[in-house]
Structure formats: structure tokens, C-alpha cells
Design a protein around this ligand. Structure first.
Ligand code: UDX
Length: 452
């Protein structure tokens, strides 16, 4: 009998936005889809290009982005960068894909484009080729729901809001205060309301993929689903679904793992504000002395671009001498490995959504110190809804910092948060295991793509 030739599964095009916190979950999604038999094309900008050798099974399609070598990623310029990338990449993405399709042997079918919400130029390209597109959300449902409600809140006269309302709850959002709607990276509210990035204005996509977990955001997912009745798939945390895929744009310093090996269980506070946040030198000094005075062991990520002022010796010599072996400082950490290490007892974080999911998956409670955008909402949910972290809202000065570290690492309050975090870790483990909500949702997504 002749060997039966199984039908080849189609290609899925993945179009990430070129920031670390956006590239990682999309590469993880690509890995999960590849393991379900799909061929993968990563359509990526030249700026912050992922490393093809880390993913030998994928086809990489570089999209000329016409950006300078070092584009301005500062919070003030971030919206402009999003718009520029979308304007510059639409035509090159269409051309590259057309070339890929014509060069194939005729059996290479592209089933759909899965694109980051803020890589929205992909929609027009998908429509050009008459293939479906699926919107991938790098933020939690709670954040998308709030952004989507901004026009309504404006029409009802709730925003812009006066300073006297900062502490008031946002109507329809029982967990959020007006001050949790960060305007720092949104520009003026007028810009926001006119901008499709923060609303769900497009109806051109055929499904939503969320890097979240059903039991974490059941209410928000249901509300969003009612508003936009499209198929949706909550498949997170994606780093748990595709744990082996290496997605970092920077080289991690693994020496911190041997340092962690020498520390007592749950004794270390891990400190990182993610891949983009920039802090003033005086804030970094206050953090340093807060850490030193707490007398707790710490692992601190100080990226080369963390400080707003470039400086050779960012940290004072007296601080380095005073902490000695009790502190470990790296330019970039293997974060997932760090959070999984038994020595780590707390995470002082900016509450980026990936960092949040990585911490929850390992049962590590947090000090939540948001820096901008969605992080304020994540911090509020972590502290007031899920009860997995302390919301640090004091002035960034050494004494309140020391107190917050002690509350998390030493006090009864921290022990209770750790218990909650350990329960969350178990819930997440169940969700990503066979039969769990995220695992089954990933299978359902694969079925949908196959049906195209
Ligand atoms: C930003 C937003 O804050 C976030 O909420 C949004 O959804 C994506 O963009 P970012 O500042 O990059 O993200 O934070 P985060 O989402 O936490 O992503 C950072 C990633 O870098 C994480 O996956 C983390 O594991 C990784 N990282 C960070 C390292 O691998 N090593 C480090 O030293 C620091």
C-alpha cells in the first residue's frame, strides 16, 4: 500500500509589534500553534528583530520599517512610534507576503494573519489577500475593556476628570479609580478618543486571542464578549503553554542563578521594571537605599537604558559596599527562571502584563509599582481584586520603600499574599494542563484556523 500523504497544515502569519513585552507572547503563541501542526511565518520589523536561530522551525519575513537605527521609544513618543510603524510597514508587509506566496509550490496556503492589536496595519494586508485576521491582545481583558469604554465615559462627561475625582471609582469599573486611568502614554484624551488604538473601532477581525486565564478575568472576558460577540480564546499564560521558546531580545546574565542558589528559600526580593520603563537617577538611588536598609537579599535588574540620565557609575560606591554579597545586580535577567527559583520570595515589579503573568504562574507575591499605561490597572487588580500584591503608592523614597519590602518579605501580610499566590499558581497549572481552560482554548483556536 502506498504511504498515505497527510494534508499539509496551512501557514499562520504572526505579526508582532516590536517591543519585548509584545514579541514574547506572540512567539510563544507561534510555538504553541506550531506544535499543533501549523507552519509559521513571523512577519517582523527590522527594529528589534527576533532571533531566527532561536526558532529554526519558523519562516522569518523581515519587513522594512524605514525607522532610524535607534528610534525614540520614550513614553512621550510611543504613540507616534506605533503610528509610524503601522504607516511604514503596511505596504512592505503586503509585498513580502505576496512574494512569499508566489514563490511557493502552490501548496502553501496562508490560513490567517494573527496580529498584535497595535500592529493594526496587518488588517488591511489580510483583506487584500482575502484571508481572515485575528486580533491578539497583549494586555488583559480588564485593560482592553476600560480603553474600549473611554469614548462612552467621555460622552457621559466622566472624562477628562478633575483632580478632585482622582480617588473616585470609575462608573462600571468597581475596582478602578480615575487615577488608575493613566494618561501619561495616551496623549490627551482627545487624541485617545480619536485613536483606534485604544478603542475597539475596527470590526475587520474575526476573533480575539487573549493572553489571560479564564478564572482570572471571567467577568471582564464575559463583558467584552457581550460587547463584541466574536469567537474568543483565552490561552494564557502563554509562557506556560510554550515554556521552551526563547524570546528575549537581550542577552540574559545567568550568573544570577548561581547567586540565587546560595540564598535561603523565599528570602530574595527580585526587582525589575520590565523592558521599557525609564527612571530618574534620584529614584534609582532611593530604591537602592530602600533595598540596602531593608537588609533583605535582592536581585535587581538595572538595564543599560534604565536611567533617564546616562551615567557610568549609576549607583553610589557606599551603597555597593554596604550591601556586599547580599545584593546581585544584572543588566538583564532570565526572568522566568528567576521567578521559578525557590530562593525568590517576592517581586517588586512595574506590573507589565507579561511580568504579572510570570509572577502569578510561580506563586510569587508582588510589590506593585506601575510606571505607565496598563500597568496602573494591572497593579490595582493585583492588589485589590486578586490580593496577590501590595500597591506601592507612596513617594519613591527610601523609608517607604524599605517598609514595603519588609511588609512583603517579613510581615504576616506578605505571608498571606504568598499563600494566595501559591493558590493562584495551582489554578494556573490546572488551566494550562490537558482539560484545563487555556489548554482547551488553544485547541479550539487551532480548530478555528483549520476551518478557514
Ligand atoms: C509593556 C507593558 O507594560 C505591558 O503591560 C504590555 O502588555 C507589553 O508592553 P514591558 O515593560 O516590556 O511591557 O513589561 P512586561 O510586559 O512585563 O514584559 C517584559 C518581559 O521582559 C517579560 O516577559 C520579562 O520576563 C522579560 N524580562 C524583563 C526579562 O526576560 N529579563 C529582565 O531582566 C526583565
Amino acid at each position: 500500500m502506498e504511504n498515505q500523504i497527510l494534508p499539509k497544515r496551512p501557514y499562520v502569519v504572526i505579526a508582532p509589534f516590536p517591543f519585548q513585552g509584545h514579541i514574547s507572547p506572540m512567539l510563544q503563541l507561534a510555538t504553541a500553534l506550531h506544535s499543533r501542526g501549523f507552519s509559521i511565518i513571523i512577519a517582523h520589523t527590522i527594529f528589534n528583530s527576533p532571533t531566527p536561530s532561536n526558532h529554526p522551525d519558523f519562516t522569518f519575513l523581515p519587513i522594512p520599517d524605514n525607522l532610524p537605527d535607534h528610534p525614540d521609544t520614550s513614553i512621550e513618543k510611543r504613540l507616534d512610534l506605533v503610528k509610524t510603524i503601522n504607516t511604514n510597514c503596511q505596504e512592505p508587509l503586503r509585498e513580502s507576503l505576496a512574494q512569499f506566496i508566489t514563490q511557493g509550490d502552490g501548496n502553501d496556503r496562508v490560513a490567517c494573519i494573527i496580529y498584535d492589536t497595535i500592529m493594526y496595519c496587518s488588517e488591511a494586508v489580510a483583506h487584500h489577500f482575502k484571508i481572515p485576521c485575528i486580533n491578539f491582545r497583549t494586555v488583559p481583558a480588564s485593560v482592553a475593556l476600560l480603553y474600549d469604554s473611554l469614548p462612552m465615559l467621555a460622552a457621559q462627561g466622566h472624562i477628562p476628570y478633575p483632580n478632585s475625582k482622582l480617588e473616585d471609582l470609575v462608573p462600571g469599573f468597581p475596582a478602578l479609580r480615575f487615577k488608575d486611568i493613566s494618561t501619561s502614554d495616551l496623549g490627551s484624551f482627545k487624541d485617545v478618543l480619536e485613536d483606534r488604538i485604544f478603542t475597539n473601532a475596527s470590526s475587520k477581525y474575526s476573533a480575539n486571542i487573549w493572553n489571560t486565564v479564564d478564572h482570572l478575568e471571567q467577568t471582564e472576558l464575559t463583558l467584552f464578549q457581550k460587547r463584541y460577540p466574536l469567537p474568543f480564546f483565552s490561552v494564557g499564560p502563554l509562557h506556560m503553554i510554550a515554556p521552551s521558546s526563547s524570546t528575549s531580545l537581550r542577552e540574559a546574565d545567568s550568573t544570577c542563578i548561581s547567586w540565587l542558589d546560595k540564598q535561603a528559600p523565599h528570602s530574595v526580593i527580585y526587582v525589575s521594571v520590565g523592558s521599557l520603563a525609564v527612571l530618574e537617577k534620584k529614584v534609582i538611588h532611593e530604591m537602592a537605599w530602600g533595598l540596602a536598609n531593608s537588609k533583605q537579599p535582592f536581585l535587581w535588574v538595572i538595564r543599560t537604558d534604565l536611567a533617564s540620565e546616562s551615567e557610568c557609575n549609576l549607583l553610589p560606591d557606599e551603597f555597593i559596599q554596604s550591601v556586599g554579597e547580599r545584593g546581585c545586580i544584572v543588566k538583564w535577567a532570565p526572568q522566568s527562571e528567576v521567578l521559578a527559583h525557590s530562593a525568590v520570595g517576592g517581586f517588586w515589579s512595574h506590573c507589565g502584563w507579561n511580568s504579572t503573568l510570570e509572577s502569578l504562574s510561580q506563586g510569587v507575591p508582588m510589590i506593585c509599582q506601575p510606571c505607565n499605561g496598563d500597568q496602573y490597572i494591572n497593579a490595582r487588580y493585583l492588589s485589590h481584586v486578586w490580593k496577590l500584591g501590595l500597591h506601592f503608592e507612596n513617594a519613591l523614597e527610601k523609608e517607604p520603600i524599605k517598609q514595603a519590602i519588609l511588609r512583603l518579605m517579613v510581615d504576616q501580610e506578605g505571608k498571606e499574599l504568598r499563600q494566595n499566590a501559591i493558590r493562584m499558581k495551582e489554578n494556573i497549572r490546572v488551566s494550562v494542563s490537558k482539560g484545563g481552560s487555556s489548554y482547551e482554548s488553544m485547541n479550539a483556536l487551532a480548530e478555528l484556523i483549520l476551518s478557514y
